[in-house]
Design a binder for this molecule. Sequence first.
Ligand code: KIV
Ligand code: ZN
Length: 387
Amino acid sequence: MNNEIIIFDTTLRDGEQVPGCQLNTIEKIEVAKALEELGVDVIEAGFPISSPGDFKSVVEISKAVTKPTICALTRAVKKDIEVAADALQYAKLKRIHTGIGVSPWHIEHKIRTTPEEIILRAVEAVKYAKKFVEDVEFYAEDAGRADNEYLARVIEAVIKAGATVVNIPDTTGYCLPEEYAEKIKFLKANVKNIDKVIISTHCHNDLGMATANTIMGVLNGARQVEVTLNGIGERAGNTSLEEVVMTLKSHSYLNLHTNINTKLIYKTSRLVSTLMNMPVQPNKAIVGRNAFAHSSGIHQDGVLKKRENYEIINPVDVGINESAIILTARSGRAALKHRIEALGYKLSKDELDGIYSRFLDLADKKKVVNDDDIRILIGEAAQGEQP
Ligand code: KIV
Ligand code: ZN
């Protein structure tokens, strides 16, 4: 099986749906260019029928960005598909992403129809999209809560209708990693011609399992992952690009590769966070402020002896210059000495011992001891020694 994992970024579509994260066309172009530089393979640029602004953004991104495939979302509705095709007219590589709900919830309580009618509508949508573009992706919305036998029938029908990519979204973030893995495995084993198309994951993070589910999908045969920078997206968000990419990179024995230039991850994360006015939580994996920060004495001592003792990723690989040693009341002498030396001072063991006890007194009063505090501590110690 192919070892290339296609990165489909939906920061500008699923991510941008988040209240308060809306971007104007200029900002969307800036993000799209950054995604192109980062190396994503597919950019989902928007949902053109949803608003004139979204339509315009898809048009302008299609003109401004030429390396990745530009994808536009639609419902399984002819008008949506026509508008998406129109918005994609300038794209060098283009894809229409159409689909419909396939879970009992969506069929009975949202679309209010029958399972058979859903299959007819799905097939009709894919065939209609094929009139405009060669590359058609079908999403089986809420596949996470769908019956696997029925899902397999839907997927087989849309492949026959011409879908090139089949997306299996865990729309509500419901699945356990084993359940999602089983779903992909079941489709691989039971859908005719499944090996002729690309299976895509699209996971949401309602139970904090979006990345785990995505990785399980990949391990069971999915070759495209739908992700967003910083994991932004509806409710608790989507699978985060940086987590999936760095999981694959740090587990090199899996021999699964992406085209992402990982050294640009942090810069792109900051751009998205700033433009979307969406702060990144400090303990967010890979890009959070504390992702490479060490604050307890045992960890600081270990990481100063050898970085790998407490870091599975080199921060340089994601574009962060170095790990941070944060000085708190939990820090030990090794960390304090390291910081003092980094500030250009050289102290004897006795001098360090003297400063360390003052440092602890201060650290108990302050959350974090900064460089200026250390300079003051050293200055006070020097004054105390004068006759
Ligand atoms: O979560 C979802 O099901 C989606 C689809 C529109 C792909 O975002
Ligand atoms: Zn989604």
